[in-house]
Design a protein. Sequence first.
Length: 328
Amino acid sequence: MATRSLVTGGAGFLGSHLCQSLLERGDEVICLDNLFTSRMETIESLIAHERFSFIEHDVTEPYAVESDVIYNLACPAAPGHYQYDPIYTLKISVLGALHALELAKQTGATVVHASTSEVYGDPQVHPQPEEYRGCVNPIGLRACYDEGKRAAETLMFDYNRMHNVDIRVARIFNTYGPHMHPFDGRVVSNFIRQALAGDALTVFGDGEQSRSFCFVSDLVRGLVRMGECSDAMGPINLGNPKEFTMLELANLVLELTSSDSTLEHMSLPADDPMQRQPIIDRAKAVLDWSPEVELRDGLAETIAWFSSIDVDEWTPPTPNWAGGLSAT
């Protein structure tokens, strides 16, 4: 009998790839999304699949869906999106986790929770192991997301301790690939969109801040393995440990797009982390997982997808998206 998997936020960038992977594995997949920052186009190829169904629903409200595994991905994850309505973002993180856990408590489902490297804040420990407790500004512009995700982790572990809910907590580091929203405000999509249009690439600060970029197929493979592994309660870092500065990323995008665009330096956004790099020893040991796609190859595939779409049809999903640009 096929595993019945529920993916909240399943029409988003990461969720759509996860839905596709689960279908390829043979699962029955229910995609639940309110299309706040996502688009039906990302799951258009899945709609006709006999084992796929879509439910339009806001996870801040309870829902009742029978499933074996709940992949809790629903949450705006790009700064311009989550800062657009910070109170709503916090509600999505906390109430979304609460409703997934309540459903799992009632049905016996496993919850695979998509947490984030943002729980580490602007880290004072580098690279970041799961034991590090973070350095987060609880009243800053990013706190609605950072603290919301930290609170969601608290709920996950309390439901496990109090109600024996089977949980798996993944701390996801910067992920990129096809289906990224061109106007999501993330650095990879910004650089690619700007380079293809011949616009200046926006580099914040001196460009020496670093990130570690994981291609979406690698990340999804890690999430699926977490759903399969009973020893993967976590938290477990999922990300690529190879670190790149923003200047290195910008120059690689310019090379791969054959663009003559220049670089335009702007002030760093508030609380933007200077470093982000995962230690993935736990993922290797527990999941037998590590990323396989090199940045150059993943960027080439992502650039090809960006070149295939009409960017003008992808209007910014939130009015102030430009105000939240960062190296995230």
